[in-house]
Every structure is written in C-alpha cells, then in structure tokens.
Design a protein. Sequence first.
Length: 552
Amino acid sequence: MMRPDLDRFIAGWRGPVLAALIALLAGLPVLMLLPPLDRDESRYAQATSQMLEDRDFVDIRFQDDPRWKKPVGIYWMQAAAVAVTSSVENRDIQPYRIPSILGAMLAAAAAAWAGAAMFGQRAGFLAGAMLGATFLLSTEAGIAKTDAVLCGAVTLAMAGLARIYLATRAGEAPRRPHKLMFWLGVGLSILIKGPIGLIVVVPAILALSLWARDVKWLARLGWGWGLPLVALIVGPWAIAITIATDGGFWREAVAGDLAPKIAGGHESHGAPPGYYLLGALVMFFPLTLMLPAALATAWSRRAEPAVRFLVCWLVPAWLIFELTPTKLAHYTLPTYGALALLAAAALTRPIGPVSRYAGAALSLVGGLAVVLITVYGLTEFGRSTAQGWATLTIVFAALAALIGAFLLMHRAATAAVVIAIGLGIVAHAGLAGTIRQLKPLAIAPQLQTVLERADLHPRQGRPGPVAITGFHEPSFVFLTGRATELADAEQAAQARAEGRPVIVEARDADAFSAASARLGVTGRAVGVVEGHNYSRGDDVSLTVYAPSGATP
C-alpha cells in the first residue's frame, strides 16, 4: 500500500504530472536509441522533411509521390519539433519523434486526471502510470508515427467525456473546461488519423446511451460550439488539400487506404479475431498481471457509472478492431486508457483469488514472451555488443513478471503494480538497446556509414544523388535525402556513368555489370553491407561503388 505522505504528494495536479513523467521515462530509450525504422516511421519523417524544405505545409509527399493516406496533423507537429530543436540537414530521427513522446505523456496525464475523479487520487495516478509504462505505448512513444499522439488525443477526449457523463449522472452541470477537453481531443484525433479516433468515441457514446436508455445527457456536450471548434481545427487544411489535389487526397485516403483495410488484410496484415487479446499479454506488459482483475472489475462493478463508462470505452472499439480484417499491434492503443483505468479501479478493493492467480499466471506468460523475443533477436541477428543490453532485458523482464506475480498472489496488488512498473521500464529500455545493437537489421545506417567513410555521401559535397537497387526502403531515403534514386540495374549503371555513387543488391549484380560494360564505365567497390530486410523478410547483400575517378 502507498503511504499517506505519498498520497498527498500525488494529490491534485501532481498525480497527472508524475504519470506523464513516467511515460516520458518509459518512452525515452526508444526515442534516443533506435535508428530510423522502416517503413512507416521513415515515410512520415521524410515527408515532414520535404514540407520543411519546400515550405509547403498542405500537400504531403514522399520524394515525388503523393502521400495521401493520413491527414496532416502529425506532419505539422513533427515539422514544428524539428524547426525548434534541429534542422532538416542533420537527418537525425530523434526530433521527429518528439510529438510521439508528448502524445504518450498526454495520454498518461489524461488517464490519471480522469481516474482521480472516478476512483480517487491514488487510483488515478496508478492508472496513468500503468498506461505510460505499457510496452505498447512506451514503444510508440519513441517512434515518429501517429499512434502515440492519437492515443493522447483520444484519451484526452474520453477523459473529458467521462467527467461530463459522471456529472450528468450525479445531477450536476458539466463544466465547460471538460467539454473543451472532449472537443479538442476529437478535433486533434481527426487531424492526426482521420476517423480512427471516432471509432472509439462514437461507439462509446452510443453504448452508454443504449445501456442507460438515456440520450438526454448528450445535449450537455456543448454541440453548438464544439462542432464548430472541430471544424476550425480540421477545416482549413481539409479545404486546402481538397483544392491542392483536386479531391485526390480523399480518393486515395478512403479508397486507397481505409477501404482496403476494412475489406481484407491490407498489405499482408491480416489476422483472425483474438489477435489483439493474445497480443495484450506482451503489449500491456509489465501490467499483464492486472488484466484478469480489470476484466473482473468491468463485469462485477458494471452498475457503477464510472466502470460502465470504461466498459463502453473499451468493449465496442475493441470488438471493431478485432473484427476488422487488417490488424496491426498498435490499432487498439486508444483503448488502453480504459484498460489501465479498470485495472486501477480493481486496486481500490481486494482482488479475488481467481483474478490474483490468473494475473500471476499471465504475468509469467507475458514475461516469458518478452524473454523469448529477446533471445530470438539476439540469436538471429545479435552480435557481442547486444549481449549486455539483452541480458538487462531478460533479467528485468523476468523480475517484473516473477516479483509482480508473487506479490499479487500474496495480496499486495498495489506493490506488485508499482514494482512491475519500475522493473518493466528498465526491461523496456534494455529491449530498445538490444534492438539498436542488432546490426543486421540496421541496413540503412550501415550504408550511410560506408558512404561517409568513402567520402561519397551527398552531404560531403560529392555529386549525387545516390542510386540504389533492391533495398528501396524509406529509411535510406530519409538518411540520404529526397533525391535518392530508387533504381534498377540499368538505372544504376547510368548513375555510375554520370559519376554518382551506386549501391547494388546482390541479386542485381550481374545485370548491373552487364549494363556497366555496355556503357563502358567502371568503378570500384568501397564496401559491402549484409543484413536482413525486416520489412520484406529476406536477407540482402549490398555493395557500395565509387564512381570512376573518385579519390580512394
């Protein structure tokens, strides 16, 4: 149990702030340690860098290709972060990740703030801390994509909605700041990822109204100024992009991205229902031990307005995600705030033996899964430099699972959660360090190193752009610039004839040599990079060639 003096320390605004700091601590290792990732992160980062280079903050492009799949919000946020903390020329991925970690901090703070009103200050703080420490949110917090920011926006909207709902149930007038939180969260979620946030918010509202057979509370949401506020957030860019692309953005976003995901397993990301439930054993780690108690609380205390609200936040959206054919691990992240709050609600009362023993068992399963994933990565792709980080991951993941399970079985649930959070954060940091040291997976950074050592990188004043065959991944484009030529063997030979650096994948080597011979050009190999392209699932071998006449 927490001491009374600690309860006073987390009272008021301090609980949400401390929860946000825990989210910061959990996500920072991923932000700092991982190289640019393929494919989505580097696509987002490269499109943002081109916005800054072109000063065009409406049309979204990756190299010369339109990137009309998601709205502009995350690109604007990344552009602001880069402009304030770095520059496009540096090609550092960390500044592009700043919005994601801020989104995770917002999610943790919003959960803590809502939980304090629902179940008390202690439970609220623990809810925010649990959400911020989950492996899923703390991973997304360090990656330059939409998902952590979307989680922050949706959790903010649902926190405001919770306060409005509870006030109306208590016969009180909802406060305007709570309505403002709701509408701001909704508007931000749309600007970040279109309708995805509404998949959480709208079913929750409908479920609450149907469950209570009461729609009168909906009149208290502030529709008269809330909808115009959302329109003000989204509308200017929506109009501008419609004009700039002659409606092409909406055709591509809906027909080319959203509809295929609903209709089937888009881009080979299909999975059967139950995928997210099984994945939660790792994604919710190190708090996997609280999943049975959270679900038991959702059922046994469903008559309580606060618990009912959380059930309506969690269940409809989760079912929609499970039934949608296209599945990626992060899709359910906007519902994790409800899971964390239900887990915190469970801590306000003694946890029954079934939930305790089931939670202990799931904790061990989750910890074992993290250990096995780490061992697999180390065995398949590791070098000696990865062993220290991997050991840290394995030891602390095992301790989080074992100590958490032991304390939970012995009726010390709050202590189990606090210790699991602390140990889990260290394990997650170790996992980030392990991934950083899996050099065969970091192909683009290795290629960049070879180019720099041979004095061939365009940033060093050499003629460019670099032409590359086979490995057409966004991470390499991000590191070498928008002009990078994603070539075939013939185009690579032509680039060699033009005196530009060339990188050739082994499968294209014969065709490249033949094309070079026809053109009568030669060059010298300055390095070979071998690794595993995890986006395509195959091994690659890439040879870097200096053009004829380049200084050795």
